[in-house]
Design a protein. Structure first.
Length: 239
């Protein structure tokens, strides 16, 4: 089941993008994909950045079955011409990402996967990750961890991790097209549910290069995040 549009033809190298927005929003308490942030639905604000990114040739949105018609309507209403399909997701994030990659252009050299709940991703973050993935085969934006991180067991600290080596990884995570399709298929076949797509290629022994992230590229998870998002909507302009 899905919403299909005519592909927009692009010249030169291209990157297909899968935007995963199929979660239940349990911690938010309502559909965060459609929530208003700074006058725009979260999913629209997210997709507008990919609409403006020069390296992006097409976007496939993966969402819940009940949201497919509304997300498709928003894409039309806001003139998001790079969105070629809006499809229903799978049982978990890994399966949803896999379904999205299967709907991308089969000839796509690169496929990026992005959390639909990260509406403040910038074109620069996108372009940096795509450029590095073209060289390395896998890349993801990240920011250094600020807090001291403790590893614990049964509520007791076992060790303090070296903060200088720790990074908070963001999306979009960009990969060689064949690599990410194979990695996600293996994860599904093995019954493994992953929290990000880098882990899928890491399971195959692939090294992921880190590119500069942006502290404003937060994931909206709780109602408090929406309040922060209202502030960020003034700092990260919509092009």
């Amino acid at each position: 089941m899905g919403f299909f549009r005519r592909r927009k033809k692009e010249a030169g190298p291209s990157c297909s993008v899968v935007v995963v927005a199929a979660g239940a929003s349990a911690r938010m308490g309502f559909d965060k994909v459609l929530a208003d942030v700074g006058g725009l639905p979260v999913i629209v604000r997210c997709l507008k950045s990919f609409e403006e990114a020069p390296s992006v040739s097409e976007v496939v949105v993966v969402t819940r079955t009940d949201l497919v018609p509304e997300v498709a309507r928003l894409c039309q209403d806001f003139g998001l011409s790079k969105v070629v399909k809006v499809i229903r997701g799978g049982e978990d994030r890994t399966q949803s990402a896999r379904l999205g990659t299967l709907e991308c252009d089969p000839n796509a050299k690169l496929i990026a996967i992005h959390d639909g709940a990260r509406p403040f991703v910038t074109v620069q973050v996108i372009e940096n990750a795509v450029a590095q993935a073209a060289v390395n085969g896998a890349a993801a934006p990240a920011v250094p961890v600020k807090d001291t991180i403790k590893a614990s067991h049964n509520g007791l600290v076992e060790r303090t991790l070296d903060r200088s080596e720790l990074y908070a990884v963001q999306t979009p995570q960009v990969f060689d097209g064949d690599l990410i399709r194979a990695a996600l298929q293996k994860a599904v076949d093995d019954g493994v549910s992953l929290t990000d797509d880098c882990a899928a290629v890491e399971r195959l022994g692939m090294k992921v290069a880190l590119t500069p992230g942006d502290e404003r590229n937060i994931k909206l998870t709780t109602p408090t995040d929406l309040l922060i998002g209202e502030v960020l909507s003034e700092e990260v302009p919509v092009l």
